[in-house]
Design a protein around this ligand. Structure first.
Ligand SMILES: Nc1ncnc2c1ncn2[C@@H]1O[C@H](COP(=O)(O)OP(=O)(O)OP(=O)(O)O)[C@@H](O)[C@H]1O
Length: 256
């Protein structure tokens, strides 16, 4: 088992036992994300992507196996701010300004946001929201709210960044723009990133490795390396090699 700054799941099994039939959400899942790498987790609905992420965040127990997040057990990593997380619905507090939403994880960790004004301003700049510090979420577009969510996930300078469909609510053009931004932000942060997505092109554009899962039972079926140089630019979306890689991911995804 690695105890580096990366994300490591070793032989993780998880079965949900309810009133109905048991659901084997994860069977013997192994995942190794090297420090500073970007991994995309892709698979059909119900293959256990969110379960794996919730386990890595310490929000869900697992039956057997071992998990280390930057060398820590998952709940400890989350509680100490080693882990940052951005979810699909942005989940901002509507009564708090942009700056105070971004400051929230500091407060959760018992740190004084007033001492982090510089970092908050820097992140607002990084996600392109200068001038919106005092705006409320209701005054922002969906894309802007998601950028606030990304900034919030980075305020503790996390070593590990988890993202569950962070741009799921956006149309394809804006999602592609946000992906270029996300790549830049991630490269500057130096964190180890794990992205859950349904988008093949999103996974291929952003990740160093695309981990493909299948359902029933939820399991990893293949890990595909993405060879494109960084920083990747919008033009990559129209490159033949990019399309070939997306086709390959699609084949594995559909079990061909
Ligand atoms: N709390 C729960 N209790 C019982 N079953 C659950 C629970 N959470 C998830 N499941 C089941 O476990 C399986 C994996 O769910 P999970 O949400 O991890 O999949 P997913 O790949 O993230 O799906 P999606 O892409 O639709 O979000 C599914 O069959 C789901 O119905």
């Amino acid at each position: 088992m690695h105890h580096d700054q990366g994300i490591h799941l070793r032989s993780v099994c998880k079965t949900y036992r309810g009133r109905g039939a048991d659901v084997e959400a994860l069977r013997d899942m192994n995942l190794d994300c090297a420090p500073g790498s970007f991994t995309a987790l892709i698979g059909p609905s119900g293959c256990g992507k969110s379960t794996a992420m919730r386990i890595a965040l310490g929000l869900e127990d697992y039956d057997t196996g071992e998990v280390r997040i930057a060398g820590h057990p998952p709940a400890a990593a989350t509680a100490s701010g080693v882990t940052g997380v951005a979810f699909q619905d942005a989940a901002l507090l509507p009564w708090r300004t942009v700056a105070r939403n971004i400051a929230l994880p500091l407060e959760v960790l018992g740190r004084d946001p007033a001492k982090h004004g510089h970092e908050i301003a820097k992140l607002i700049d990084l996600v392109g929201l200068k001038g919106y510090e005092t705006a409320l979420p209701g005054q922002l577009s969906g894309g802007m709210r998601q950028r606030v969510s990304i900034a919030r996930s980075l305020i503790t300078e996390p070593e590990v960044l988890f993202m569950d469909e962070p741009f799921g609510a956006l149309d394809q053009i804006r999602r592609r723009q946000m992906n270029v931004e996300l790549q830049r932000i991630w490269m500057e942060s130096g964190s180890t990133a794990l992205l859950v997505t349904h988008g093949i092109d999103e996974a291929a554009f952003l990740a160093d490795y695309v981990v493909v899962m299948h359902a029933n039972p939820g399991r990893v079926v293949e890990i595909i390396e993405v060879p494109f140089e960084r920083p990747r630019r919008n033009e990559l979306y129209s490159a033949p090699a990019f399309h070939a890689l997306c086709d390959r991911i699609a084949k594995v995804l559909h079990g061909e």
